[in-house]
Design a protein around this ligand. Structure first.
Ligand code: GDP
Length: 530
């Protein structure tokens, strides 16, 4: 019984945004509510600063920080909140995509002045495809920004969402007076004092009450009444089922920096956000309340200390409990493993724990057993779905620059790819290796880490590829059209690390031509399509 209660208490989510929208600031304020940290400034930004591309020390420093902030957990009103960190930098977008496989819901942060930005669009698209419940937080209301209705329109159009505001701003920028909380039916007045921890909430069941005019002034009161009328008219009523199914996204307004509107967001979040959700495996749907443990690796972090070469594999517990020193089946290796020091995360610390529950994340020390997507169970063979590779954006040949160290190079490439730093493609024609990445930054990270962790040297050579397309093998592998495709396109065919066939297209045009010439050969932009 208490086992089920523990699971029900958990809220595991990610905050996504374009860099600078306020993700770090919001995370920090949320932690303050949990009493998990004592002061502002305790959560370090994991941003790779602009211009840091060639600054390895900076990359290293940032990597160190991002281990610490990979999972931030705290208790708030008896709920166990797990925030999974998602790098905002676009070069690490794939990391973020993978982390999104481990969250049960997300909060999307949008800058009131900048509106919907590029990175937000990409990340929300991934969440939308997976029907992940989303709450939108429009941030920086203390600054001049776009009109609230225009923003709501923009969110709907650019992000393809159906929104319903659960709070509404009264004024903005210099005239920002506060927020009407539609969810709780009260008003929170803005004083611009982020240190106050007790907010002056004024209950307002009836916004037509003359009290409102006294508090915010006639003009603002009238404006709010008009706005709310429009809100009730235009937007659907909040419906929890629709939210949970990813069909309706509630919106909050506030200012993270001023700790304003954050409590409203958090209180509503713990009310409506889902506890751990079932997850589909290739074999069956796995329910969190099942007694038996199952979980999967969604992230691997290298230890940057050269004396301790072990890595930390992050496991999302899908069902049951994870216990220290209990043997679990590593499904891909068909091997039992025990973990004597599993890490759980609390605030900005990690500590060894005896038991963790479905919804939680545990960090396991690993010397090379794990790769992204691996499943651990109590014995059942399960392979969780939904951890696909996406087509990289950049492609380069990788060459060995020190012939004496070819073994080290192989091993280094192998392990870095398992960590998910980049993707490896081996050309069918000549066995040459091609590294695909989301951002150019990864090439430098790989080169640096190969040298410092594995003692190997590499160089790169451009390889003009537009996109990697995973090739679906037809029902009849001897299909003449398929065989013709394999023969004619041999130069552009490669295997990914899982041995799946990939067509490396050099232009959108070649993909189009391919479709026309070989209509039976199905190409996919992600590695998982069944
Ligand atoms: P992230 O890149 O999304 O993590 O963004 P940060 O949390 O680092 O915030 C980016 C910048 O915006 C920082 O300088 C913050 O101080 C500032 N910021 C965050 N929230 C607010 C806000 O509510 N109002 C104002 N004026 N600035 C904010």
């Amino acid at each position: 019984m208490s086992f089920l209660k523990e699971i029900e208490k958990r809220r595991t989510f990610g905050i996504i945004s374009h860099p600078d929208a306020g993700k770090t600031t919001l995370t920090e304020k949320l932690l303050l509510f949990g009493g998990a940290i004592q002061e502002a400034g305790a959560v370090k930004s994991n941003k790779i600063k602009k211009g840091a591309t060639s600054d390895f020390m900076e990359i290293e420093r940032q990597r160190g920080i991002s281990v610490a902030t990979s999972v931030l957990a705290f208790i708030y009103k008896d709920k166990k909140i797990n925030i999974l960190d998602t790098p905002g930098h676009k070069d690490f977008a794939e990391d973020t995509f993978r982390t999104l496989t481990a969250v049960d819901s997300v909060i999307v942060v949008i800058d009131v002045a900048k509106g919907v930005e590029e990175q937000t669009e990409k990340l929300v698209e991934v969440c939308r495809m997976r029907n992940i419940p989303m709450i939108v937080f429009i941030n920086k209301l203390d600054r001049e920004g776009k009109d609230a209705f225009d923003l709501l329109d923009e969110v709907e159009q650019k992000l393809g969402l159906t929104v319903t505001p659960l709070s509404f701003p009264i004024g903005m920028g210099y005239d920002f007076k506060g927020i009407y909380n539609i969810w709780e039916k009260n008003i929170n007045l803005f004083s611009g004092d982020s240190r106050k921890d007790i907010e002056d909430l004024i209950a307002f069941d009836d916004i037509n009450s003359p009290e409102l005019d006294k508090i915010v002034g006639n003009k603002a009161a009238e404006q709010l009444r008009e706005n709310l009328e429009l809100v009730y008219e235009v937007y659907p009523q909040f419906d929890r089922e629709a939210y949970l199914n990813g069909q309706l996204q509630p919106v909050f307004f506030g200012s993270a920096l001023n700790n304003f509107g954050v409590r409203e967001l958090l209180d509503c979040f713990i009310d409506i956000a889902p506890s751990p959700r079932p997850k589909q495996s290739e074999e069956r749907l796995v329910i969190p309340s099942e007694n038996k443990f199952s979980g999967f690796v969604f992230k691997i972090h290298a230890n940057m200390d050269p004396k301790h070469r072990d890595r930390l594999a992050f496991i999302k517990i899908v069902s049951g409990t994870f216990e220290r020193n209990k043997p679990y089946l590593h499904v891909r290796h068909n091997k039992n493993l025990k973990f004597s020091s599993p890490n759980a995360f609390f605030a900005e610390k990690k500590e060894i724990v005896d038991i963790s529950y479905a919804g939680d994340i545990v960090g396991l020390h690993d010397t090379g057993n794990f790769k992204i997507g691996d499943t651990l169970t109590e014995g059942e063979v399960l392979n969780f779905k939904g951890i696909p590779s996406f087509s990289p954006e950049h492609f380069r040949y990788i060459n060995n620059a020190d012939p004496m160290k070819s073994k080290q190079l192989e091993k280094g490439i192998d392990q870095l790819m398992d960590e998910g730093v980049a993707q490896l493609f081996t050309l069918e024609l000549n066995g040459r290796k091609v590294i695909g990445t989301v951002g150019a930054l990864q090439y430098e990270v790989i080169q640096y880490r190969l040298e410092h962790e594995y003692g190997a040297k590499c160089s790169y050579e451009n390889f003009p590829v537009y996109k990697a397309c995973w090739v679906e093998e037809p029902a009849n592998p001897k299909d003449p059209e398929y065989l013709d495709f394999l023969r004619v396109k041999q130069k552009f065919l490669a295997k990914d690390k899982q041995g799946q066939l990939v067509f490396l297209a050099d232009s959108p045009f070649s993909i189009e031509m391919n479709k026309q010439k070989y209509p039976n050969v199905k190409l996919h932009f992600t590695s998982e399509f069944n």
